[in-house]
Write a protein that binds this ligand. Sequence first.
Ligand SMILES: Cc1ncc(COP(=O)(O)OP(=O)(O)O)c(N)n1
Ligand code: 3NM
Length: 530
Amino acid sequence: MALPRSPLYLVTQREALPPGVSLEQCVQEALQGGVEIVQLREKHADSREFLEIARGLQTICDAAEVPLVINDRVDIALACGCRAVHLGQSDLSVKDVCALMPTAKSIGVSAHDVSEATVACATDDVSLIGIGPIYATTSKSDAKEALGPRKLARIIDALRAYERTLSSANGRVSIVAIGGINASNAARVLHMTCNFDTGETEAGLAVISAIVSSPRPREAAQSLSDILADYRSEGRSHKPSREDLLANVVRLHDSSRESGGLLHHITNTVVQNQCANVALALRASPIMSMSPEEAGDLSAILGCLVINLGTLTDDSLRVMKEAGRHANSNKKPIVFDPVGVGASAFRQSKTDQLLDHVQMSIIKGNAGELAALSGDKSVRARGVDSAGGFADPVKAVRDLARQERCVVVLTGQIDYISDGMTVIKLSNGVPHLGNITGSGCATGTCIAAYASAAHSMSTTMRATVPQASIWGGGDMLSAAVGGILAMTVAAEIAMEKQPGGPSTFTGHLIDALYNLTAQNLVERARVEVV
Ligand SMILES: Cc1ncc(COP(=O)(O)OP(=O)(O)O)c(N)n1
Ligand SMILES: Cc1nc(C(=O)O)sc1CCOP(=O)(O)O
């Protein structure tokens, strides 16, 4: 029985069962809910008991035509005629297991980093790698430090790159993510493991407590299986042309004028008023709530969430995580503005935490901010401003979009936008935008207004990034283009009114945003698909 790719993988642990439920009952139901591999992992069973359970589960798994894997105990696997085992880093080596069990059909190995993963996949005999723990877990007493989904993605990318260098006929090894995974964070994990070229996940999900501890294991398995299915069937859509993009922007603009959405801003105290005025000018409804208690209710009616890092505190971070979690589970778009992320170690580490918990739809920042996110030391941040730019902005924006699996907007004299495949260069705008406070944050509001429209039109407008249809549900690339165009074209129109200085310019800018038409955007757009 071949192992399925990116499977839903159940690992057993009797101690995790709810009272009154037997392991056999749990496994039977989990199989009905869509589990595709079962691993027997019983740390507290003696050898006879272990073998007895293995024989019972073998019968159940055979009937469901699902592979059974034995954790650690090659002797038990041999005794019950099972030809699949899972090995940890301190268990018998793959070579020794192959010698003991020459008929082994499947050997899985645990890995926590790139080196363990590449060593495991260097041999033809390993067919699956379990990478973890992704999140904190109570099911493994000696679990290592949680990796988070972003480190998982980097391990998988490195593993696939290494596989491409192997000359042997190795097939691609199956991967499962393990540790603290449940229905509320599974999509976040799968999103980060999506292959950019195929749009499909590179990893399956292995769980203990999410299924074993549930009083309804069939439903628990079914909901994980449904989430996995979303990430197996996504197809890549085409690279948009300049004409496609502008036509999309027009549709988003018209839709946002008809029914602007609710834009929940978690933003800094300096720019709240400015952002609220810009949202109103674009016919959206701003709400500046900082209460974690209402994040769930707001998320249900939200058009887009804006998370802006300026004036960050531990309290505001808590609100960001809570609101982000709700927006993700309600599939609402999130625009993230990592204001001054490179300015201090505090901001950098809080941002890492936030990005490990919340999947952003669009990240917008200047060169210093985006360099801090990608770890590029060639661009320095000067407080919330950037000192210099990227040598190759097209590559920088595309690589970061791939790293974070979202649309990335690099702002500057020329703006660049990428979804990881397409890069768009926009050359509208006026220098005066740099003389008013909060114009960058208000650009985040503009992008959010178009993202909200894209979300509400998601059934008619296909996302260019397949994953974006799960996270934000809609064409986030066109939304980012629309938001940047709105701000920069409105600034050009405001400048033509000959403002006396920054204050009158601000007034003209709000008026220009209010009166902006789709025709203004199309006629003035200096947009290039690179
Ligand atoms: C699919 C999968 N991945 C990882 C593990 C962990 O195995 P190991 O490192 O051997 O730790 P124990 O399970 O023995 O505690 C696994 N069992 N399954
Ligand atoms: C068995 C196991 N291995 C891990 C690893 O990191 O290799 S974490 C883990 C426990 C997974 O249980 P739960 O889904 O309840 O968190």
